[in-house]
Write a protein that binds this ligand. Structure first.
Ligand code: ZN
Length: 242
């Protein structure tokens, strides 16, 4: 099965459309959370994702805040102002869709969470130490996470019990080797200095993982941010990828 894996769309509909097009054909879609927040098109993004084939979708911290499940005081000023705006925009149907999302899903050899298996909503897995602690918090061969907005791969060597960060090449399928923690990067707000939308293609039969990027019309999204009165900083960052 060919799976489109993506995370942190953050209401960026142009980026979302671009990865779907770039991924070409896929049998299933796994969304690792944060469909809304930061960006100008929360309803459209949820509606597109809801229609994807064989969808598994997690809740992220921004989604939780948008439905009032966690307080805005946990976010910085820009983020919380967009979340308040998002709350007013969400249709009842899309609000209910977010409210019914799980924070952790296990499917075959894969555990899916937004942040980390230890703390599904809030923890960032950015370094070897955090990755190491998290290998104890899931039982499957692989764990897929988002939240950090950075494409990352961590590997636990069974013999040595050592955790290392794996390097990868864009558009090249990497053979997965148990056990690993994998992050496809962010679709709607990449933070690795590359403005193109990030995602991954997972083959659950061959056990391969391919990191990909898709170009999209950043200026169009920036204009939508500004015309909706959202913070200018959120428009600027898209162009530089931070
Ligand atoms: Zn996010």
């Amino acid at each position: 099965m060919r799976v489109l894996v993506f995370s942190d769309v953050h209401a960026n509909v142009e980026a979302l459309r671009a990865i779907i097009k770039e991924a070409d054909h896929f049998d299933a879609a796994w969304c690792l959370g944060d469909l809304v927040g930061y960006g100008p098109d929360p309803n459209q993004c949820i509606e597109i994702v809801r229609e994807l084939p064989d969808l598994l979708c997690l809740i992220g911290n921004h989604d939780q805040a948008a439905i009032g499940a966690i307080p805005l005081s946990r976010f910085n000023r820009d983020a919380s102002s967009v979340i308040s705006w998002t709350r007013q925009q969400l249709s009842q149907d899309n609000f209910d869709f977010l409210r019914n999302l799980a924070s952790r899903i296990t499917v075959e050899q894969f555990t899916l969470t937004h942040g980390s298996p230890n703390q599904p909503i809030w923890e960032y897995i950015l370094d070897l130490h955090t990755a190491e602690r998290n290998f104890d918090a899931f039982e499957t061969a692989y764990c897929l996470v988002g939240h950090s907005h950075l494409p990352l791969m961590f590997h636990l060597n069974k013999q040595s019990a050592m955790v290392s960060q794996s390097t990868f090449e864009w558009r090249k399928a990497t053979q997965l080797e148990p056990r690993m923690i994998l992050n496809p990067g962010s679709t709607g707000q990449p933070r690795d200095g590359d403005p193109r939308a990030s995602f991954a293609i997972l083959d659950t039969v061959k056990h391969t993982w391919e990191m990909r990027r898709a170009e999209y019309d950043v200026a169009k999204v920036q204009a939508r941010i500004l015309e909706n009165g959202l913070p200018e900083r959120q428009a600027l960052r898209l162009l530089a990828g931070w």
